[in-house]
Every structure is written in C-alpha cells, then in structure tokens.
Design a protein around this ligand. Structure first.
Ligand code: ZN
Ligand code: ZN
Length: 247
C-alpha cells in the first residue's frame, strides 16, 4: 500500500483554519496525476436532511468544484463515517427516476447527519465522470434501444471515468485520520486504500424501499453488475454501489 504523499499537511484546530492553512498549499499530489487540492471556503449549510458545514475545494486537475459536507468535529477524527457521492444533477436536483442517486444521497445525509461526526464528499463527477451533456446523450441512445455498453462506446467513453485521488486528498486536507466508508462496494475501499486513505471499516448503505422504487431497486440488487431500468432495459449505474434494501 502506498503511503499518502500528503502526510505533511499541517493539522489545524478547526475547520475555519483550513482556508488560511491552504493559501499556499502545494504538494507532490495524490495518484498518478499528482492531484493537489486546497480548501478555499468554509460555511454553514443547514439542510432539510441535517446540519452541515460545507467545505469548498480547488484542485489542480479537473477544474471542477468539489465540496465536502461536514457534520460535527472531523479534524483529526479516527473511524470517521464517510460517504462519497458522485454528482447526478438529473437525480439529485431534478428527481429523475432513471437512477437512484437522489435516494442514495438523501439517505446518506440523513444517516450521517444524525451521527456525532461524519462527512459526505460530493464529487462533481456527473454521469460517472463523462459530464451532464454526455450523460443525456447516453440516455438518448438508450431511449433508442442501445444498451449501456453500446451507448458508452458510441460516445467514445470508458465505462467509468472517475478518479478517487481528489477525494483522497480532500480527506487528508480535512486532517481525517481514518474512515469508515458508507458503501456496499468493497472495490471502492480498495481504490481509496491504494491512495493512502486508512479505511478502518465499512458501513453498509442500506436503502429504504418506497412503492415507487422497490421493484427497480430489487432488480438492481439482484442483478448487480447488470443493472436494469424498471421496464427491463439496462441503464447506466451512476453511483457504483450495489443497492441493499431494508425490509
Ligand atoms: Zn496537496
Ligand atoms: Zn443518477
């Protein structure tokens, strides 16, 4: 396992000190692309799903504005409950039923926001990293009957364009010592560990079913790796967690 290259990030007393500390931060970077991030702003974020502070990051790689939602005192925390969420504008904000991203986000915010301390990294990796417009193009191809593999190939993308190095550095920037990752996907733990994140445990991300999504989620759960829309056509799994249903 690689050692984190940013072990030298100075520890601060509170979230409010992160911006000043990071003003001149520059390090060798995480991962093969030497990703470096800086905290640029911290503010309160009361939400309908819980009380958070929002930490906004700059990074040297993708020009995207990633954020962390922080609940309680996470500086120096060990075994911190953490969720990584990849942005899905159609699901998270618009309530699309083509995926279950919003359910995954909402449940994680409610659960983690009720704990003593926790963090949610909201990664701006729309459509598994291919971007919103290309995701809609993939939806359009699927509407015309292409399966997800053919749709992705037609658009010239790999299955998954995401990079967890930004997330790994964000956790180091927050001075988090070790995390319990809220996921159903052991592969995600492996990727973060490779980047030097100490993952001390896993919290299963179990979704409560509703009358609207039960059939869809059960299909997704029983056919993980080959995820289907309710009417039986395959769809793009935007979050990479196989769904586990409550009850
Ligand atoms: Zn750095
Ligand atoms: Zn989605």
């Amino acid at each position: 396992m690689d050692e984190a290259p940013c072990n030298g990030i100075p520890r601060v007393a509170s979230l409010d000190d992160l911006v000043e500390r990071d003003k001149d931060h520059d390090c060798a970077g995480f991962g093969p692309h030497h990703i470096c991030v800086r905290v640029v702003a911290v503010a309160d974020l009361p939400s309908r799903f819980g009380q958070f502070r929002i930490v906004a990051f700059w990074n040297n790689r993708d020009g995207k504005e990633h954020v962390a939602l922080v609940h309680g005192d996470v500086i120096g925390a060990l075994d911190l409950p953490v969720r990584l969420h990849s942005e899905c504008l159609t699901g998270d904000a618009l309530g699309s039923l083509r995926c279950d991203c919003r359910d995954q986000l909402e449940v994680s915010m409610r659960k983690l926001g009720a704990m003593e301390r926790a963090a949610i990294l909201y990664m701006r990796q729309e459509g598994r990293g291919i971007g919103l417009v290309n995701k809609v193009r993939a939806y359009a191809l699927q509407d015309r009957g292409l399966d997800t593999v053919d749709a992705n190939l037609a658009l010239g993308f790999r299955d998954d364009e995401r990079d967890y190095a930004v997330a790994a550095h964000m956790l180091a920037s927050l001075n988090v010592g070790s995390i319990q990752l809220m996921t159903n996907n052991p592969n995600k733990i492996g990727q973060l560990s490779q980047l030097g994140v100490k993952v001390s445990g896993r919290i299963p991300h179990v979704m409560p079913a509703t009358e609207y999504n039960r059939a869809y989620l059960e299909t997704k759960a029983t056919r993980s790796g080959h995820q289907m829309k309710p009417e039986g056509r395959s769809h793009l799994p935007e979050q990479d967690d196989p769904v586990i249903l409550e009850g």
